[in-house]
Design a protein around this ligand. Sequence first.
Ligand code: PLP
Length: 408
Amino acid sequence: MALVNEHFLKLPNNYLFADIAKKVNAFKAMNPKKEVISLGIGDVTQPLCPAVVEALHRATDEMATQTGFRGYGPEQGYDFLREAILKNDFLPRGIHLDINEVFINDGAKSDTGNIQELVRWDNSIAVGDPIYPVYIDSNVMIGRAGVVENGRWSNVIYMPCTAENNFVPQIPDRRVDIIYLCYPNNPTGTVISKEELRKWVNYALKNDALIFYDAAYEAYIQDESIPHSIYEIRGARKCAIEFHSYSKTAGFTGVRCGYTIVPKDVTASTLTGERIALNPLWNRRQCTKFNGTSYLSQRAAEAIYTAEGKKQVKQTIDYYMHNAHYMKRSLLDLGLRVYGGEHAPYLWVKTPDGMTSWRFFEQMLYDAQVVCTPGVGFGPSGEGYIRLTAFGQHESTERALERIKKWL
Ligand SMILES: *Cc1c(COP(=O)(O)O)cnc(C)c1O
């Protein structure tokens, strides 16, 4: 008899976005004539930029020739892309990495979910709350998160990120083995300063902890004093693994490509106290379970680093940030408390009069036909907030804000 991994059964069945879709569909069924605008989705809407499209065409034509055809590529990714990453994302910031510290991925979700395989099941984990659900759920599946009680996992340390602490968690008062941080943050759209991030790196070094740092939104940072990478902080290459993605940077949610940095100085301990470098372990893991990101995707990603590519990608980011600024201004004018939206495509809005996240979601759907994401869906500290995304078309975003204005 095959026994199932019962940890999977602990996961709540209903996925947040499925719940939202159910409620939206129910509304649409009752109000077939009313147009619903979604500011809830976390997906991009603008097409790939011309430099990327040309690179895809070129790579496809190459693959159609006898000499240009490529089969399996290196599991770690092609050097042309790894080199472009070092040269463009790190060297200009004074960060020196070895090419073998760069692992091309098929988007950051896989690696943020899989990285926890490198450490024992009984490590303690801490997460910012609210949070991108992948970090916790991947730990649940392996049995590290314990059991769920009142919307909290018993073995997960939740570090509240609220307006009171400027959405940067307090350093834990006890030892934690593994810390997940994400800045610029999904869902709150807020950032961390170098000084605050330095406190985390120092905590990790002092307590022999690991930081898994998700930088999926770094391309949205508008102010150079805000760190794009945790390796801007001295000592981070001893304690941090960092995840990047081209999904939000360049509209690659359907193309699939990103990268993970595993510095050679990052180690974890055996029970007998021997230090083991995680870089060769991750390499071994990838060679066994991953056969590389497609050549086409990697050539497409390389094109982002050309002069035209950079300019075009920035235009699209500006397009979304224009939405974000417009949304933020409009909502502030209405007297709402609004956070984020300056260096990230997300706005985190406090619900008025102590309304719950779901109640605000339903009222906005019924009275304004605008869809948001209830903050509580991202963790207990998200209660009393909603998330709005700036990934929509300008016109429909403006229309949505007009309706919210009328409603409030
Ligand atoms: C979108 C997102 C990712 C990246 O997802 P991909 O798999 O690269 O498409 C990673 N982390 C966070 C927090 C995200 O919002």
